[in-house]
Design a protein around this ligand. Structure first.
Ligand code: ZN
Length: 243
């Protein structure tokens, strides 16, 4: 039997630059995984101190509320500077330490092609942290662990997804989780010209989910890219929609 140190704490860990990134790009997937009895977790790398709206403290409360709605068992935020996330050895070590604590089988990262520079950097930083986490000689005070699989949440990238997760039963709950960030998405004067009005957020996020759902023959979906080529044992069991 595995001891407490090596026992996995999460099956799926989503890593993102900012609080509320995960809610937008893979919140439905986390809900679906939790619904299947898997243990899910979120690591936000920054605390939102540079945002136009809200304070880091407000966003911490909102993130905790969103995590509860998403059925996530563990969520925390590192202290990387908001708007200036860098792929340094120190930052890779901080993330590797968390990966070793949680011991996830699957890690979700943002896709590398992104408008926000933090998102693009986290794709590379997260990948390298997963690798580092598996190296026995790298000391973080925790046992080495390399995730079995990394997938990239590609909602905002202009890239063809490798696969879609059907989030149809969870779309409303995902929206509720996103709207838990009232400091960001509630209508207010700060950032009024910069942020999408509250009433449009629903329409936009549902339209995106509908688009990706259609690609896989379901109502609402979230897109992912995997870098590895799939290995197939039985052609009749490939999980795709019919042509
Ligand atoms: Zn973000």
């Amino acid at each position: 039997m595995a001891d407490a140190v090596s026992a996995p704490q999460a099956d799926v860990l989503a890593i993102a630059a900012h609080r509320d990134d995960v809610e937008q790009t893979c919140g439905g997937t986390l809900l679906r995984m939790a619904g299947r009895g898997l243990r899910t977790a979120i690591l936000d790398l920054t605390r939102g101190e540079a945002g136009t709206r809200g304070t880091a403290e407000e966003r911490a409360k909102e993130a905790a509320e969103a995590a509860k709605i998403l059925g996530v068992g563990w969520r925390d935020a590192l202290d990387l500077p908001d708007g200036n996330v860098e792929n340094t050895y120190d930052n890779r070590l901080k993330i590797a330490h968390v990966i070793r604590l949680l011991r996830p089988r699957v890690v979700i990262l943002p896709y590398g092609q992104a408008r926000h520079p933090d998102h693009a950097i986290v794709a590379e930083l997260g990948y390298q942290a997963c690798f580092l986490s598996g190296l026995a000689k790298v000391q973080t005070g925790t046992e080495p662990h390399r995730p079995f699989k990394i997938v990239y949440a590609s909602l905002y990238a202009d890239v063809r997804p490798s696969f879609i997760v059907d989030i149809t039963p969870f779309i409303e709950l995902r929206h509720t989780a996103l709207m838990a960030y009232r400091s960001q998405y509630g209508n207010q004067s700060a950032g009024g010209g910069l942020f999408v009005p509250e009433e449009e957020i629903r329409e936009r996020t549902f339209a995106e989910a509908r688009h990706y759902g259609l690609l896989a023959g379901v109502q609402y979906g979230e897109p992912f890219v995997q870098k590895e080529v799939g290995l197939v044992d039985d052609l009749t069991l490939i999980p795709v929609q019919s042509i």
